[in-house]
Write a protein of this length. Structure first.
Ligand code: UD1
Length: 423
């Protein structure tokens, strides 16, 4: 297992390019199950989660090759409709194969994902949505076993806005007979990107990017090509790094990003005191003289993303005062807090609220990654800490950040990957 060794105190400046969005790729790849043939997905990030999804689709018989950041997927060779436990347990997004398999083949056996580091993370909305479309679903032997003749359009109102359930039900509904209406649909850019991709495959969907989707089922779709949208969470993480340890006489510029997907984060960074220049596809940030404490409450898009909550806590740990961080999506997603405290952060958590009192300095230590975004917050705090921070179990970071250490190093950070030992 790898670890990152970070020497704190270096000032960041320069330019980096955003990678493609992990959460978009993980939805686009299974969409290729919906029509037989060859697809090209450009700007696909090179990540562990993408590799896991590739392996899952390969076990189902698909042929996948990668040339730089372009994935070519041939779905004409499908032989199996099963997502086995060994893949799903590594990555919950494996459940995205459920909707397309039921919609096209009327058959899917997908292992139940189970819990994760920060809570139970149910899939009831995926199952209820597909049942509304006419699928018969049983939970048996740890698997979701779904069977259907052709699905029928239905009206679905999600109790909770869910990214995954919206993606799954949308993929199932595009081949259903008749019209499906989804209300309280997720509006996240990654779901909008999936909707656009499905449309380019011949699907008829109105309201892409809104919380009201109307899908007119078609008899068949065709393969397509697409360019994956930039990763807003990676961009936001790099912006926070710059706000924390940027060079005050210079700037950090992130190119090939989509600033409009990040408004909730960039606005808060301005509130903190950073100076931002926002273009069509770039954001430039000059760090604040001192970090103002700013409260955040996570919410569905276009609110402040839960996937940026841990990084915000790292930033607030060096603010001039107290801030309140309220997590509304996953109430116990605070696994990073005990590790941040080891670096000197002053944070208390009660229920779904973290209170962060800014400190004057952090000091390097060995810390353990517990999940993807938690690991990012540890790297950020390590960049700001005095001395050496070792972030163990960086495979969590490799799930969702493409070569984060190289990007940070190119901006001037001292960060190295140490490989080949058991950490
Ligand atoms: C996706 C993202 C993840 C992000 C999350 C919230 C991917 C691959 N992952 O995860 O990075 O943190 O959105 O923005 O895109 N819920 C239910 N029942 C369900 C499904 C969800 O109650 O059947 C609840 C969840 O517990 C949570 C909320 O709905 O409280 C939102 O979760 P959801 O949007 O489904 O998250 P994911 O799609 O798993």
């Amino acid at each position: 297992m790898d670890k990152f060794v970070v020497q704190g105190g270096m000032k960041l400046k320069g330019t980096v390019q955003a990678s493609g969005a992990k959460n978009a790729s993980l939805a686009l790849m299974p969409a290729t199950l919906l029509a037989s043939g060859e697809y090209k997905l450009h700007n696909t990030p090179i990540l562990r989660d993408v590799a896991t999804m590739s392996r899952l689709l390969e076990t189902m018989g698909l042929k996948i090759s990668r040339d730089d950041h372009t994935l070519t997927i041939d779905s004409s060779t499908i032989t199996s409709f099963e997502a086995p436990y060994e893949h799903v347990k590594k990555m919950r997004a494996s459940i995205y194969v459920l909707g397309p398999l039921v919609g096209r083949f009327g058959q899917a056996d997908v292992s139940l994902p189970g819990g994760c580091a920060w809570g139970p993370r149910p899939v009831n909305l995926h199952i209820e949505g597909l049942r509304k479309l006419g699928a018969e679903i049983e939970l048996e032997g740890g698997y979701i076993r779904a069977r259907a003749k052709r699905l029928r359009g239905a009206r679905i109102v999600f109790d909770v806005s869910s990214v995954g359930a919206t993606g799954n039900v949308m993929m199932a509904a595009v081949l259903a007979q008749g019209t499906t209406v989804i209300d309280n649909a997720a509006m996240e850019p990654e779901i909008a990107a999936l909707g656009q991709f499905l449309k380019s495959m011949g699907a008829r969907i109105d309201g892409v990017g809104t919380n009201h989707l109307e899908i007119e089922g078609v008899d068949a779709l065709h393969p397509a090509e697409c360019v994956t949208i930039p990763d807003r969470i990676e961009t936001g993480t790099l912006l926070i790094a710059a706000a924390l340890v940027g060079d005050k006489n210079s700037s950090v510029r992130i190119e090939r990003c989509t600033p409009s997907h990040l408004s909730a984060v960039t606005t808060k960074l301005e509130d903190v005191g950073a100076t931002l220049t926002i273009g069509k596809d770039f954001i430039e940030i000059v760090p604040p003289e001192s970090i103002r404490p700013i409260n955040i409450t996570t919410s569905i898009y276009s609110g402040f993303p839960t996937d940026m909550q841990a990084q915000w806590i790292a930033l607030m740990s060096l603010a001039q005062g107290m801030s309140i961080i309220t997590e509304t999506i996953y109430s116990d997603r605070f696994m990073h807090v005990p590790e941040l405290i080891r670096l000197g952060c002053n944070i208390t958590v009660k229920d779904n609220i973290a209170t962060v009192v800014g400190v004057n300095r952090l000091t390097g230590a060995k810390v353990m990654s517990t999940d993807l975004r938690a690991s990012a917050s540890l790297i950020l705090a390590g960049l700001a800490a005095e001395g050496t921070t070792e972030v163990l179990r960086v495979y969590h970071l490799d799930r969702g950040y493409e070569q984060i250490e190289k990007k940070l190093a190119s901006l001037g950070a001292e960060i190295e990957r140490a490989t080949g030992e058991e950490f």
